[in-house]
Design a protein around this ligand. Structure first.
Ligand SMILES: C[S@@+](CC[C@H](N)C(=O)[O-])C[C@H]1O[C@@H](n2cnc3c(N)ncnc32)[C@H](O)[C@@H]1O
Length: 184
């Protein structure tokens, strides 16, 4: 309640939403997985379960106390307290290549247009051309100007966007956008 335009949620995402938003995490190899806005970690837990010790999982959380709590709860995750807009530098500081998958928990519809664009630029600069980007949106918020603007930004940024079905077992109900092939 103190920071609605940064947190943008009333409750952590459900296990069901976490399963869907993390679906592109590959079952084999050592992928680089970036998670933006992990919060209390529902997506973090599911990414870790899917990785089973493989690859590199970088979680970028702007809220310092949340990042510290997450790092304690998930010692095998590379948790950094930073702005997701600095993602390209965070990857290069670590000598990591572009990400195979970017899973976003950011509250896009709570952001103004210039911040949405800045964050999306950071995402596309940081992912492989063959990579995947997933994020979620609250179903009830879709008529909002900011939510519609984000949807247009997604369509302008990626060749393919597949919106999933509404997950009713989430508070509030939400759906996942699955995006691939960032435009050059
Ligand atoms: C809607 S919550 C989602 C938390 C979690 N992924 C979930 O689904 O329950 C959004 C999270 O994004 C974080 N956040 C907001 N702006 C950010 C930014 N620019 N960079 C990194 N994290 C940010 C917030 O602090 C918050 O933890």
């Amino acid at each position: 309640m103190r920071a609605p335009t940064v947190i943008g949620a009333v409750a952590p995402s459900s296990r069901r939403l976490a399963e869907i938003v993390t679906a592109p995490v590959p079952e084999t190899g050592d992928p680089v997985i970036v998670e933006l806005g992990p919060g209390t970690g529902p997506f973090t837990a599911e990414i870790q379960r899917r990785l089973g010790g493989r690859g590199h999982h970088l979680a970028v959380e702007i809220n310092v106390p949340m990042a510290e709590r997450l790092a304690r709860a998930f010692p095998e995750v590379d948790v950094v307290s930073a702005d997701a807009a600095t993602l390209p530098e965070l990857l290069s500081d670590r000598g990591l290549a572009q990400a195979d998958v970017v899973v976003s928990g950011l509250p896009w519809a709570a952001f103004p247009g210039d911040l949405q664009r800045r964050l999306m630029n950071a995402v596309t600069q940081s992912m492989l051309p063959s990579g995947a980007f997933t994020t979620f949106a609250y179903a009830h918020a879709m008529p909002l100007t900011t939510a519609r603007r984000f949807r247009r930004l997604l369509a302008a940024t990626f060749e393919e966007i597949v919106p999933g079905r509404t997950v009713w077992r989430n508070l509030p109900p939400a759906f996942v956008y699955n995006a691939r092939r960032p435009r050059p």
